[in-house]
Design a binder for this molecule. Structure first.
Ligand code: COA
Length: 373
């Protein structure tokens, strides 16, 4: 019998130059650069360039990418029309998954598999993901979508399109940092799904649609929304202990904790904790950070399980006025950059991803006619 590695745990399935994680030391590098260095000094646009090209851009290259983003954020009126005509979703990720899939029908190069066309599609999708999410956030509230502002950076523009007013620079910078932190994470479930789809030489939109469907699950990108639901349900700091104890007594997972790869603090959580506290202070809503900190201390004390990327992003997004059920979509607004870097890498050195299963069902059965069953 072959050894089965459930959940592909610890299985290395390919070489990749994009992202490395040291789960023991809590290190995350994009193309060799420490995530903390990037979060402190770079912008989301610089990180996108880094992920796609393997090096940081010079001034002219960054200006060019920013210009390309600004020029490609607007979606066709037909796309907004379609968005308005979709039935109400039970979860907004259904709408995002459908809209990204639909975007391929409007993309003149959807079936062009040349490296140049794939790069252009990656750029358009990355530019437009935020436009779709922000437009959806407004349309479902009966408001008109806000057109992108080409003068704004990617993070500020998203908040602007969602809320319909210019964000203050401090909020925009924190959100920019959140986008940087979520941009890539090696062969996580959604990226792997994208690469599996790309490995069949299916198109980029199909690969990203697979990724969105995978991100949707509560064990992956859906966790940040569940964290905020939990904080709202708990309601006050005094109720934290009893609520978390009850979850643990029932052997339920506390969302936003634990990680397949990190056995220490998720380095993204270190930055997001600061973000949650700073934004909480700035908006006079420190309560959500304080409750989160109490949950974290309790989880470390009692279970030795650390917070992951989804834990403090929840309270940070809440005070940025991002609707709770859009959190996984905001994850996608950033992660599209990493997904597309991985799809491009897969295409560049493709091998069909096709693992095996150890069959454990019956054998040798003989067909019985239906009347005799
Ligand atoms: N709350 C409580 N217990 C947790 C936990 C959590 N969030 N995460 C892991 N554990 C416990 C499990 O109950 C299990 O305990 P056991 O061995 O006594 O049964 C042990 O830790 C290992 O967990 P397991 O789910 O088998 O690990 P995994 O590597 O398969 O899963 C996650 C990793 C991320 C899926 C898991 O930690 C989880 O479900 N976390 C909550 C969802 C979440 O925040 N996801 C976002 C990830 S970035």
């Amino acid at each position: 019998m072959a050894e089965v590695k459930a959940g592909l745990q610890d299985v290395v399935i390919a070489n990749s130059d994009i992202c490395s994680i040291d789960g023991e030391r809590g290190k995350l590098l994009y193309r060799g650069y420490d995530i903390h260095d990037l979060a402190e000094h770079s912008t989301f646009e610089e990180v996108v360039y880094l992920l796609w090209h393997g090096r940081l851009p010079n001034r002219a290259e960054l200006d060019d990418l920013e210009k390309q983003f600004a020029g490609n954020r607007r979606v066709l009126p037909e796309v907004i029309d379609l968005l308005k005509r979709l039935p109400p979703a039970q979860h907004p990720m259904e709408t995002l998954r459908t809209m990204v899939s639909a975007l391929s029908l409007y993309d003149p190069e959807s079936e062009d598999m040349s490296a140049e066309a794939n790069r252009r599609k990656a750029l358009r999708l990355t530019a437009q993901m935020g436009t779709i999410v922000a437009a959806y956030g407004r349309v479902r509230e009966g408001k008109e979508p806000v057109a992108p502002d080409p003068k704004l950076g990617h993070a500020a523009n998203f908040l602007y399109m969602l809320e319909g007013k210019q964000p203050n620079p401090a909020d925009a910078r924190w959100f920019d940092i959140a986008l940087i932190l979520h941009a890539d994470h090696s062969f996580n479930a959604s990226t792997f799904a994208a690469r599996v789809t790309a490995s069949t030489l299916s198109d980029l939109h199909s690969a990203i649609t697979s990724a969105i469907g995978t991100l949707k699950g509560p064990l992956h990108g859906g966790a940040n929304e569940q964290v905020m639901k939990m904080l709202l349900e708990i309601g006050t700091e005094e109720r934290v202990e009893s609520h978390v104890h009850e979850l643990l007594a029932q052997h339920k997972k506390v969302m936003g904790f634990g990680h397949r790869v990190y056995h220490t603090e998720d380095p993204r959580a270190t930055v997001l904790r600061k973000m949650s506290e700073a934004l909480g202070r700035q908006t006079g809503q420190l309560k959500w950070f304080e409750m989160s900190k109490k949950i974290e201390d309790l989880m470390i004390r009692e279970k030795k399980i650390n917070a992951n990327v989804d834990f403090y992003s929840a309270s940070a997004y809440y005070v940025l006025d991002i609707p709770t059920d859009l959190y996984p979509l905001v994850f996608a607004v950033s992660r599209i950059s990493g997904w597309s870097a991985h799809v491009l890498e897969q295409y560049a050195n493709n091998k069909l991803i096709r693992p095996l299963a150890e069959y454990t069902g019956p054998t040798g059965l003989k067909y019985i006619p239906i009347a005799e069953r």
